[in-house]
Each structure stands twice: as C-alpha cells, then as structure tokens.
Design a protein around this ligand. Structure first.
Ligand SMILES: Nc1nc2c(ncn2[C@@H]2O[C@H](COP(=O)(O)OP(=O)(O)O)[C@@H](O)[C@H]2O)c(=O)[nH]1
Ligand SMILES: [Mg+2]
Length: 479
C-alpha cells in the first residue's frame, strides 16, 4: 500500500452491503456479491486506477468474528498509541482471530474506516461493541447507512449512535447511488481527515476528469451512430430474368426492408455496447417492459420517443424538408450514373414514425439487371427517436450503480425505487434553436455532406448528458 494513496477499509456485518458499496464506489460490477452471509474471509483490495495511476484504494473486509474480545483487549491496552497495529502484532498467528486480523490489518497499515450499516435492522449489543472498538482505533472513520429495505424505523437511532463514534455519518444506498452521490461521498471523506484533503481533492478531480471524458466519448459514439444510420443504404442487384412477376419484385423489396432494418438495429446495438463500455458496465438487466428492450421500429418506441407534432414542424422547416422525395430521387439518380430510373416506391416500413415511411426504395435497370436500393432514411422523426433511445441508454449507463448487479430486485422488502415522475425522451425538451441545429445536422448527413452543425450538435448532446450526471437520479435510468 503506497503511503500517499488514500486507503479505506470497508467494514460491517456480513450482508450489510460492504461488497455492494465497494462495487459501486469502484465501478466494478465483477465484485463478488453474495446472498449467503460471510462469503468474504479475507481483505481484498480494489484500487481505482485512472490513466495507470491508483487514485484511491478500497479494501473489502470480512465481518468481525470476536468483536467483544477485541474490545476488551483494546480497553485493557488503552495506553497503546496504535491499538489496531498492536492487536495485529499480538494476534496475527492466532487462528481464532483470523478474520479479525484480516480486517484489522489494513487499518493497522493506516487505512481509514468506512463502516457499512444495514439501517433496516435494529441496533444490537454487538453493533455497539464494534462501533466502540472502531472508535478506539482512532482512525478517520465514516459510517454509511445503507438501508437495504424500506424499513426506516431504526434510522434515527442509528444516526444517533453512529454520530457519537464516527466523524461522519451518511446515507448511501449502494444500489441506487449515482455518480454525483459518489462524488458527494468522497467530498465528505475529505472532512474526516484533514491530512487526506489534498489527496482526496486529487482523487475527486481524477474522477471528474474521467467522467467528463466518458461523456465526450459517449457524444462521439452517438454522433457516429447518427452519421452511419442516416447515410445507411442497402442494395440488391437482381437479373431482370429473375423478375418475372410483381411478386418477385415485392419479395426483393421485402428482403431489402428486412436487411435495412436489421442493419440499423445492429448499428444501434453496437453503439449501445460502446456506451456500456464507456461507463464500465459488464452486467445489467433491463426490466422486461423497458423501452430499451423493445424493437427500435416498434409502435411503442415510435410513440414514446422522438418529437411531438409542433417540434416536427419546426425541425422540418429547419431542415428545409417539404416532402424530400423529389430532391432525393434526383440525387440518387445522379450518383448512380447512367441507370434508368424505373420506379421509386415508398417503402412501407413504419406506421409509428408519424405515418411516413422510413426510407424509400429506388429501382434502376441497366444491362439486364435491376438494382434495388433502400436508403438513406428520409423519415424526419426517426433520427430523433434514435437519438432519444441513445440518450436513454446513456441515462441508464450513467445512473446504474455497479453494486446492483447481483441484486435480487424482486425480493420482498428490497429498497423501493424512488418515486419520480416518469419522463421519457429527451428530444421533446430541446429548445427551438437546439432543435434547428440538430435538424440541420441530420439534413446534412442525409445528403452525405460534412456538416458545419456537427460541433454545435456535439455541444447540445454533451449538455444533456452533463445535466443527467448532475441530477440526483433520473427516472429514465429505469427505462
Ligand atoms: N436492495 C438492496 N440490496 C442490497 C443493497 N446493498 C446490498 N444489497 C444486497 O444485500 C446482499 C449482501 O450484499 P453484499 O454487498 O454482498 O454484503 P456484504 O456481505 O456486506 O459484502 C446482496 O444480496 C446485495 O444484493 C442495497 O443498497 N439495496
Ligand atoms: Mg462481501
């Protein structure tokens, strides 16, 4: 343990939520969180490393085995300047105290203490013993009230008892804590030990810098997705001799539609996986009724996300779109060279996208073949729906705590979700000028142009994501 790295030993009863707290604070969703009590028998270090540098180290400890024996020993040796160190020195070979030694070793080495309490339980004598012996170590110490249920009855008593033995007492829910709550906790740690202040300041700075970088990476992912999706096309070249009937044509068009939608779904999934990686999530479950589980092209998604009518009118005006069809056809004809345009039909893809098709099929005939092409997306609502889905996905990735992975959310008496008004998309909150900027950006991409609105669009998305990290928790993270 390097002397200049703030180190915190996480202590508490089996099942108090220690491992969950460590998982959340270190954003490590691979930490063993077990429903059986007492699975941890060693102290495990979970350093937070940013840019190759360890900025803080958390130690997940087993619960106390013999707290009253330790307290007695402490009380009998009150003249010792460092009780934790003296105890470890005296008992490190004693198998009776193996868990206690594993737990006190980091403290002996200088770690501060975070005691995790399940505030839904009544205070017992054993708890008082542990609080007192931790007080006697004289290490900087904070208590975390991690209420594992909706039982608030014992919370005031805990507050009272803990505040007598700890420098700071905070409520912190390992399953619900957001980025801003994690930062607040670190800020509170600063105050428990003045000596750590500058180092914790650096730790917080490193966290915030890293967070800002992730937001930036997420914006890049979203912008990249929009660019790819809005210029996406699929083609099929079929020999004229294979197109005997209208059914043959319809089949080709149908296959094209399927390929087009699948291609777009894949682009979205790839982008989602990138976002998940930016925020270091490996495991999470979406509720079955999540909008993010629903098909991108489903009615539910089309209705819940995207712009309302008024905004659509604004967006359409900004993008210079009337119907768009005439313009697109002439562009397509030009880019495809000498082909003879034999037909342009609106692909009958989506009712939910405001009644308008997603994209249209072009068919050109040259030298015994017909070339069918679908794309790019002409539907004006679709980019906003896609954007909304990505922002929702980000909301979840940003606000979903890493300690929640193994949670049995259906268990009785588990922490209830905070009651919040259900907000859905983000695009219906855009200011008119933002809407115009994004629409112009989308229109440029559709035309295959580099857009001078890209930077401003990045700015807008960055602002939305930053606002999300500042909010306590966004109900949209549950979607
Ligand atoms: N609902 C809910 N469950 C939690 C919370 N923290 C921990 N748990 C659950 O409580 C159990 C024990 O948690 P764990 O972190 O392994 O406790 P440890 O034994 O102290 O390390 C696990 O099933 C966790 O999912 C919480 O904040 N909310
Ligand atoms: Mg554990």
């Amino acid at each position: 343990m390097a002397a200049d790295i703030p180190t915190l030993a996480i202590m508490g009863h089996p099942n108090a939520g220690k491992s969950s707290v460590v998982a959340t604070l270190t954003e490590n969703d691979r930490i063993e969180i077990d429903k059986r009590a007492g699975t941890t028998t060693r102290s495990d270090h979970y350093p937070v490393i940013i840019d190759g540098k360890t900025i803080i180290d958390f130690v997940d400890t087993p619960g106390f085995q013999n707290p009253s024996a330790i307290l007695e020993w402490f009380q009998a040796h009150e003249r010792e300047t460092d009780l934790a160190r003296a105890f470890v020195k005296a008992f490190h070979h004693d198998p009776l105290f193996s868990h206690d030694i594993a737990l006190l070793e980091p403290v002996a080495a200088g770690a501060g203490i975070i005691l995790v309490i399940d505030g839904s339980k009544r205070i017992k004598e054993k708890d008082r013993t542990e609080m007192e012996l931790l007080r006697l170590t004289a290490r900087p110490r904070m208590a975390i009230l991690n209420n594992l249920s909706n039982n608030q009855k014992y919370m005031p008593a805990w507050q009272d008892a803990l505040s007598k033995a700890f420098n700071s007492v905070r409520e912190f829910n390992a399953h619900r804590a957001t980025y801003s709550e994690r930062i607040k906790l670190l800020n509170a740690l600063k105050s428990i030990n003045q000596r750590w202040e500058p180092r914790l300041e650096e730790t917080i700075e490193a966290f915030s810098y890293d967070w800002e970088r992730r937001i930036d990476a997420s914006v890049t992912t979203i912008i990249g997705l929009l660019k790819e999706a809005l210029s996406f096309r699929v083609n099929r070249v079929v020999r004229v001799s294979d197109l005997q009937s209208d059914t043959d044509r319809a089949d080709v068009q149908q296959a094209l539609q399927v390929a087009f939608q699948d291609g777009l779904r894949k682009l979205e999934t790839d982008a989602q996986n990138q976002i998940r990686a930016h925020f270091r999530h490996h495991v999470w479950n979406l509720p079955p009724d999540s909008l993010l589980q629903k098909d991108l092209f489903s009615d539910d998604v089309g209705k819940a996300l995207g712009l309302n009518r008024l905004q659509m009118a604004l967006a359409g005006a900004a993008a210079g779109a009337t119907t768009g069809v005439g313009l697109d056809l002439s562009l397509a004809g030009g880019s495809l060279g000498a082909g003879l345009l034999v037909g342009a039909t609106a692909g009958s893809v989506l009712g939910a996208l405001g009644g308008a098709a997603l994209a249209k099929v072009d068919i050109q005939r040259t030298l015994g073949v017909e070339r069918f092409s679908l794309g790019p997306i002409s539907n004006q609502r679709f980019p906003f729906i896609l954007l909304d889905r990505m922002l929702l996905y980000c909301a979840r990735a940003m606000n979903w705590s890493h300690g929640r992975k193994a949670a049995d959310d259906s268990a009785r008496n588990r922490v209830p979700d905070r009651a919040l008004k259900k907000k859905r998309g983000f695009s219906d909150e855009l200011a008119p000028n933002q809407l115009r900027t994004l629409s112009k950006f989308f229109a440029d991409i559709r035309k295959g142009k580099d857009s001078k609105f890209e930077d401003d669009s990045r700015q807008i998305l960055g602002e939305i994501l930053r606002a999300l990290s500042a909010s306590e928790i966004d109900s949209r993270a549950e979607l």
